[in-house]
Design a protein around this ligand. Structure first.
Ligand SMILES: *Cc1c(COP(=O)(O)O)cnc(C)c1O
Length: 472
């Protein structure tokens, strides 16, 4: 079947010549990689220009929900296109953004009642940080300017989000451009921390990290009492930091501390929102009530870029004033509240109910767990973590003592490349395999995904031998 007017070879040549890929060392991309050119999608499958089908095992970077080319979602975009593609929210309203804001306020956890639209996850976080900062000015407490964020946090790539982020490799270069953030240890250890070599059993370690994290946060809050604007957190799962999972009770304890010290809570659910962890929002696992909630990725089921920052009434009311009081939120984007994106977000939410999607996620998570848990016996698997349909498998050179592969070997990447031959697309975080199929994937596809990973892991000694030879 003819997929494109252009040959795969032409497209790949032009990709190398013109496209600068995100988070990508471009030399090895251009000289060594042979990436698929995706031309179509069909439910949980991606189809490339050579006609090969793959399970979209990371939901097109953690955002796809119902699959690709879903008739109801396509229809929602088409219908809106038939009316108007875009008009501005500056001085005007539009129907899809009104209906989506209403819907989000109705389904949001806790006390969130107002919706501010932006373009993506990073901007949703920028908006939350600026709102939190200005909130305290509006309240006449302009000393409250500091933020607390976790080590290994990831909140996006614009400078405010980078300031809040805590991943050395991504964020170090830009630190001179960033505002200062007080960083505390998360209640989990990054999979590739050298400290892991001394970690006891994961369950015992979790208890230790939990009390360290709580102590860190309280000491920090005490040290600069009344100077904090907000604590920023990815609830339950720290995504790009290595799919770190927080032990139960941490969010509840954090909520108590924030209330005690009267600090705003910003929950970044850009990755965890919309069913990924088994609940509509990860905050719901513990009845966590943030003052600001950042959403993107799954918001439009992965169809279109759209960000939303939800605010509590308390935050909103501090901005609710006449212009001369200087409490207006002077922030906005050209495409704020984009009608096409809002229309597809509404249609996506309709499908959650129509397909009882959260129950389906429950079944799939159990199945995925069964599929990948045998890997715990694998000599090169350091840990497996899972919550809902987010799973992570850490690859290690050896378990006892825990040693890592040299990072430039890119063992995680090599495993994922090998998985393409099994009809699976995964993208690792360093040497952590990330498994996040679309929530609506079939049981058969999730079983295939698990089996493919187990099969390729059995070939790991050969993969490692080849890499070692290359680097000898
Ligand atoms: C992906 C992500 C972001 C950034 O979203 P973009 O749309 O890529 O800007 C922010 N926070 C978390 C937790 C994310 O996973």
């Amino acid at each position: 079947m003819q997929h494109s007017t252009f040959s795969t070879e032409e497209l790949l040549r032009w990709d190398r010549q013109y496209v600068w890929h995100p988070f990508t060392p471009m030399k090895s991309w251009c000289e060594k990689s042979d990436p698929p050119v995706i031309v179509r999608g069909e439910k949980e499958f991606l189809i490339d220009s050579r006609g090969r089908r793959y399970i979209d095992g990371v939901s097109s970077l953690w955002c796809n929900v119902h699959g690709h080319c879903i008739p109801e979602l396509d229809q929602a975009v088409r219908e809106q296109l038939g009316k108007i593609a875009h008009s501005s929210l500056l001085g005007l309203c539009n129907e899809p953004s009104i209906l989506l804001a209403k819907r989000l306020a109705e389904i949001a956890p806790g006390r969130l009642s107002r919706v501010f639209f932006s373009d993506d996850g990073s901007t949703a976080v920028e908006v939350a940080a600026k709102m939190a900062f200005q909130y305290w000015r509006n309240c006449g407490q302009s000393r409250r300017t500091r933020f607390i964020a976790l080590d290994s946090a990831y909140h996006g790539d614009t400078l405010g989000a980078v300031s809040l982020g805590g991943i050395e490799l991504f964020h170090r270069t830009f630190s001179p451009l960033c505002f200062a953030v007080d960083r505390v240890r998360p209640p989990a250890l990054a999979p590739f921390s050298p400290l892991n070599a001394t970690a006891a059993k994961p369950s015992e370690a979790a208890a230790r990290f939990y009390s360290q994290a709580m102590a860190d946060i309280e000491v920090t809050l005490l040290e600069h009492r009344n100077e904090y604007a907000a604590i920023v957190i990815e609830p339950h799962v720290q995504g790009a930091g290595g799919m770190l999972m927080h032990p139960p009770g941490f969010l509840t304890a954090l909520g108590k501390l924030a209330a005690q010290y009267d600090v705003l809570l910003i929950a970044d659910e850009v990755m965890t929102g919309f069913g990924r962890t088994g609940r509509m929002f990860a905050c719901e696992h513990e009845g966590f009530e943030p003052d600001l909630l950042c959403l993107s990725k799954g918001l439009t089921a992965g169809y279109m870029p759209l960000g939303a920052t939800l605010a509590s009434e308390r935050v909103y009311q501090s901005f609710y004033a006449d212009p001369q009081e200087n409490k207006t939120f002077y922030h906005g984007h050209t495409f704020t509240g984009h009608p096409l994106a809002c229309a597809v977000a509404l249609a996506s939410h309709d499908l959650f109910e129509k397909h009882s999607l959260l129950e389906h996620v429950g079944r799939l998570s159990l199945l995925l767990h069964q599929q990948i848990s045998p890997l715990l016996e694998h000599p090169n698997v350091g840990d497996i973590r899972q919550l809902g349909l987010v799973a992570a498998v850490d690859l290690v050179a050896s378990r006892q003592p825990r040693t890592l592969f040299p990072s430039h070997w890119r063992v995680g990447g090599a495993v994922c490349t090998q998985l393409r031959d099994e009809g699976v697309i995964l993208r690792p975080l360093a040497d952590t395999l990330v498994i996040m199929p679309p929530l609506a994937a079939s049981e058969q596809s999730v079983a295939h995904l698990g089996q493919a990973i187990v099969k390729v892991m059995a070939q790991l000694p050969q993969i490692i031998a080849n890499i070692a030879k290359e680097h000898a």
